[in-house]
Design a protein around this ligand. Structure first.
Ligand code: TXA
Ligand code: MG
Length: 357
């Protein structure tokens, strides 16, 4: 066990912050691990040019070594140091959406170690839209490889306390920058294929990308709703998309249908569970929360405000882990725009268990 330092980034306290960022930068430069906020989720950072440092990320997370890391940069010039064959379309996307929740995959330069790219000849790069993250990258003086700062398989962290739960004693430092803004991970776009292809949906939607560069394809793994469509030999282009993910500890099932039918079905199941001593958690929305009669009911936000649902999603899943619930029931969401990214995460958290009612 190592001692994990936790420090708060306090807005407007310049002296304290710059001292802290300097300390964090030194840890990264020396091959250590620092967790930090981004606008999407908390990241677990290491020097992206150092194989041994990246190796420590895999160890701390318990992450399979074929699942590559995203290199975070603070300055557009760093992209040319890490990547080759940068197209005009990529330039357009970077100019429009960076800093921001979009990751681009390029052919890698030799300087990027295979230990960071999971053995791939490509590298994923993103410039986060978060002052703490940008200051850390600048203080480190190197690109910072950072997956989400959760233990592999668990919901991604949207608060420093989530990182602490998973990483205390495993990493050098956690910078607490409060709750993240967006709450789900960046959109990943593969710029090595033509048309470019979305490998993971996120806050930057297909139509936002298409407005800048025309046609954009979507990796079919991101839209699969049914486990039987996941054939054994289908390899997602983002290796991470094949792993069980974001899952709460209790069994999680979603129900799809007219909202009143979904509510009565869940009420019926929860009542049955109660009679049999099974504890039920329910992920409701502001529109339905008052209609549930049994179990531990939590709202994920208004279903009409997708940004709120995205922001609350991982926290709601994680919060159930500190309760005694045996099973969690939830509603589904429309699958368009940001709803697509929300459903992609929920479906994986539920292990593809969606029932029509
Ligand atoms: O918003 C985010 O992207 C957050 C914050 C911390 O920046 N990071 C994040 O990293 O979500 P992680 O490691 O949890 O997810 C990275 C995903 C994985 O699914 C991985 O397989 C994919 O990106 N990926 C990384 N490099 C890739 C590459 N060269 N080609 C294809 N997919 C790649
Ligand atoms: Mg992750």
């Amino acid at each position: 066990m190592m001692k994990t330092i936790v420090e708060k980034y306090v807005e407007n306290n310049k002296n304290q912050n710059s001292e802290m960022m300097e300390k964090a930068g030194v840890i990264i430069k020396n091959g250590g691990l620092v967790a930090f906020p981004t606008e999407t989720v908390y990241g677990l950072g290491a020097n992206a040019l150092d194989t041994d440092a990246a190796g420590k990320i895999y160890e701390a997370k318990g992450r399979p070594s074929d699942n590559p890391l995203i290199a975070h940069i603070a300055d557009k010039e760093q992209v040319y140091m890490l990547a080759r064959n940068i197209s005009e379309k990529a330039e357009k996307l970077m100019d429009k959406f960076w800093p921001g929740p979009m990751t681009l995959v390029f052919d890698k330069q030799d300087i990027v170690p295979m230990g960071v790219t999971g053995g791939l000849s490509t590298v994923a790069i993103r410039m986060p839209d978060n002052e703490v993250a940008l200051e850390l990258i600048r203080a480190a003086g190197v690109p910072v490889a950072a997956p989400s700062a959760n233990s592999s398989g668990r919901p991604s962290p949207t608060l420093a306390s989530h990182v602490f739960e998973d990483m205390d004693g495993r990493i050098d430092m956690i910078i607490d920058g409060g709750q993240v803004n967006i709450g789900i991970e960046s959109t990943i776009v593969d710029m090595t294929s033509e048309p470019p292809m979305i490998l993971r949906p996120g806050y930057i939607t297909k139509s936002m990308l298409e407005q800048e560069i025309g046609e954009v394809a979507v990796d079919k793994i991101t839209i699969i709703k049914d486990k039987s469509q996941l054939s054994e030999d289908y390899k997602p282009k983002a290796p991470g998309m094949k792993y069980r993910h974001y899952a709460p500890k209790a069994d999680f099932v979603m129900f799809e249908g007219h909202m009143s039918d979904v509510v009565s079905h869940i009420n019926m199941l929860a009542k049955n569970n109660e009679e049999r001593g099974i504890k039920t958690g329910i992920i409701a929305t502001d529109e339905t929360i008052s209609k549930y009669e049994n179990g531990m009911v939590v709202s994920i936000g208004s279903r009409h405000i997708r940004e709120t649902v995205a922001k609350n999603l991982y926290k709601v899943l994680r919060d159930f882990d500190s309760t005694e619930v045996d099973v969690i029931y939830g509603e589904t969401f429309y699958d368009d725009d940001l709803g697509n990214a929300i459903m992609n995460r929920l479906i994986k958290a539920a292990g593809y268990k969606i029932e029509k009612v």
